[in-house]
Design a protein around this ligand. Structure first.
Ligand code: ATP
Ligand code: MG
Length: 422
């Protein structure tokens, strides 16, 4: 096991704090899993047999860090001055009053705490102090599953107790290239069939889906959600046909390319993937599924508008040949930039790609030399005509028909002659 010197010091500080206050502290969960996998993880998950929040405050005081919390679940976060994040929890026993309910919690031992976890690979722990210090605690076959690359729940009711684990299972599977253990897969299928997902609140469902969409492999996760019958449980009309899968794959490719060439336009990942998931479907499906996911009405409206902007731009760009720069700009200006990957996925041809590239590099920055005040000076009356004429001047400049200020003025004068006083 290798940890950075800074992390080593933190582990030692946590052990000293625990000794000084007579509690036992353990490194657990994702931190231990990633350590054994050799994946670099600078965040620490600690569980305390005793008062976790008090321990977190003491650790923060002794290391000159900030302590945040407690959260609604009685956990605290310590943030060190060099940016390490330490999640601290009290070891707990949990019982679920009914499926998908948030659990009833009471203090327990580290072994109680490990038994309530989602998958065997997340149940590994080691004490930082006391006689067991630095000996791996592996009560549920976690290190074997880690070696075999297997995601396995601890008991048959796991997905029923907490259906968000279905999403967590898929995320872990994709992240590490693992597979769901055969029995776990069967339990997951049964949980989907039984409708346990329907018991989750929209907010919890969306939180899980959003994690996937902003993660490293959103398309692979969506594909897995489809294969396991989960997408259609979110909304009956939601699905990943081969065409839609190909579209979303192109969205991911376009995002990867834009990340290299124009990172400023990317924005968050989830809106464009979510829009891609609803592309071509009736807008009511998006509204209904958005409501199921407890998305804010404004967010739903932005997605509806984004999709219609993609359609508008797509119709103008995909179907005409030899577009003038002004036509490209007119088509793209109404499109929120974060939706560009979806437009590129919808119109995968080389020409649209080049148009978008030129738009991003140059055309979007071009403005007429003349201003509204200049137009008024030339005799254009105050009112909507100023905007219309400025747009014509811009189009002429983009298309190379007005190369300097004089040419722009000439264009305005001739427009005024053609439509005097209008
Ligand atoms: P990541 O690297 O994404 O943070 P992680 O495994 O640390 O991975 P967290 O969401 O930070 O994931 O959770 C920390 C630990 O809490 C997990 O390793 C797991 O043991 C436990 N855990 C989290 N969510 C659940 C859940 N829904 N049910 C049971 N245990 C959970
Ligand atoms: Mg974590």
């Amino acid at each position: 096991m290798r940890v950075s010197p800074a992390l080593q010091q933190l582990l030692q500080a946590a052990a000293r704090t625990a000794d000084a206050h007579g509690v036992r502290v353990y490194a657990v969960g994702g931190f231990v899993r990633d350590l054994l996998l050799g994946v670099r993880d600078e965040d620490l998950d600690l569980t305390v047999e005793g008062d976790g929040v008090a321990f977190a405050r003491q650790l923060a005081a002794e290391t000159g860090s900030i302590c945040k919390g407690p959260s609604a679940f009685g956990t605290a976060v310590v943030i060190t001055h060099d940016g390490h994040k330490i999640d601290v929890a009290t070891a707990r026993r949990e019982t679920y009053k009914h499926p998908a309910a948030l659990p009833t919690v009471e203090p327990g031992t580290i072994r109680d705490d490990l038994s309530r976890r989602d998958f065997s690979i997340n149940t590994l722990a080691f004490a930082l102090n006391g006689p067991e210090a630095f000996r791996l605690i592996d009560e549920h076959g976690g290190s074997r599953d880690l070696t075999e690359g297997v995601i396995r729940v601890l008991h048959n009711r796991s997905f029923r107790d907490d259906p968000t684990r279905m999403f967590r299972a898929i995320r872990l599977e994709q992240r590490f290239g693992f597979v769901l253990h055969r029995h776990t897969l069967r339990l997951l299928g049964r949980a989907v069939d039984k409708g346990w997902l329907e018991l989750l609140s929209g907010a919890r469902l969306w939180r899980e889906l959003r994690f996937m969409l902003v993660g490293e492999s959103p398309v692979a996760c969506l594909k897995r959600l489809e294969e396991l019958g989960i997408l259609s449980r979110i909304d009956a009309d939601l699905g990943l046909s081969p065409d839609r899968l190909a579209l979303l794959t192109r969205v991911a490719e376009a995002r990867a390319e834009l990340a290299e060439t124009h990172p400023d336009v990317l924005g968050q990942a989830w809106p464009v993937y979510l829009a891609g998931l609803f592309h071509g479907l009736d807008v009511n499906v998006l509204r209904r599924a958005g409501a199921r996911l407890a998305l804010a009405p404004r967010t739903i409206q932005e997605l509806v508008d984004g999709l219609s902007a993609v359609e508008g731009a797509g119709r103008r760009l995909c179907t005409t040949d030899n577009r003038r720069p002004s036509e490209v700009v007119a088509a793209l200006r109404a499109l929120p930039l974060e939706m560009l990957p979806l437009l590129l996925a919808r119109c995968p041809g080389r020409e649209v790609h080049q148009d978008v590239e030129r738009y991003l590099t140059t055309w979007r920055y071009i403005r007429p030399d003349l201003t509204g005040d200049d137009l008024k000076r030339l005799g254009v009356p105050q009112g909507p005509q100023i905007g219309r004429l400025l747009a014509r001047v811009l189009a002429a400049k983009l298309d190379g028909e007005a190369s300097d200020r004089e040419a722009e003025e000439a264009l305005v004068r001739s427009a005024l002659v053609q439509i005097p006083g209008s």
